[in-house]
Design a protein around this ligand. Structure first.
Ligand code: GRF
Length: 199
């Protein structure tokens, strides 16, 4: 049976678009039940609407605390099989992560475990690594620490700034996220400790 996901976005939504496109092409056996954002007016919502996907805005400012905010996200997710973080810029609580244990997949624009958290591409430029890339991983209670599904590598050049490196990485994100989701959708991922076996 086709798995249903909810996708959480905070902005532009180009990774969301990559998923939408692969589903439309017929190469990704997945159904997006809902796109949820914490940022009113995020461009990702337009992409979802255009694709006929239900959207829900859960504005953190309208909730007293994180628990109430996340409860609303859970309500919007309903009975999905998994949650995709596609440029969702908030840290989720341990409660939320436990509720969706090993069912949340995140894309991070760095080769983990290097450069966790915000501005990963800038961190790579400043550190001077010669290789950079992106990581798709299951989410655990840490920040960008969960079991890695797959990674894509790009070169990093001396001439790069944050934007040029981010653009090169983003191209690979758009390949990596649908690829990882396809493996997940086909039940080919097995989590063994903190390692992911691809069957
Ligand atoms: C991506 O670089 C993603 O890895 C990071 O935030 C960015 C979101 O881009 N977490 P978009 O909204 O998918 O275009």
């Amino acid at each position: 049976m086709t798995k249903k996901v909810g996708v959480l976005v905070s902005g532009r939504g180009s990774n969301l678009q990559a998923i939408i496109d692969k589903i439309a092409e017929g190469t990704l056996p997945l159904s997006i039940s809902v796109v949820i954002t914490d940022v009113p007016g995020a461009f990702g919502l337009e992409r979802a609407t255009k694709a006929g996907i239900r959207t829900v805005t859960v504005n953190r400012k309208e909730f007293q605390d994180r628990a109430a905010f996340e409860e609303q996200i859970n309500a919007a997710l309903g009975d999905v099989d998994g949650v995709v973080l596609a440029g969702f810029m908030r840290i989720l609580s341990a409660d939320f992560i436990n509720r969706w244990y090993h069912k949340i997949i995140n894309i991070h624009p760095a080769l983990l475990p290097s450069f966790t958290g915000l501005h990963a591409q800038r961190q790579a430029v400043e550190y001077g690594t010669k290789l950079a890339g992106c990581t798709v991983h299951f989410v655990d209670a840490g920040t960008d620490t969960g079991p890695i599904i797959l990674q894509k590598v790009v070169p990093a050049y001396f001439e790069d700034d944050e934007d040029s490196l981010a653009a090169r990485i983003l191209e690979q994100e758009h390949i990596a996220l649908p690829e990882a989701l396809q493996l997940w959708a086909e039940d080919r991922l097995e989590i063994v400790g903190r390692r992911v076996k691809i069957n």
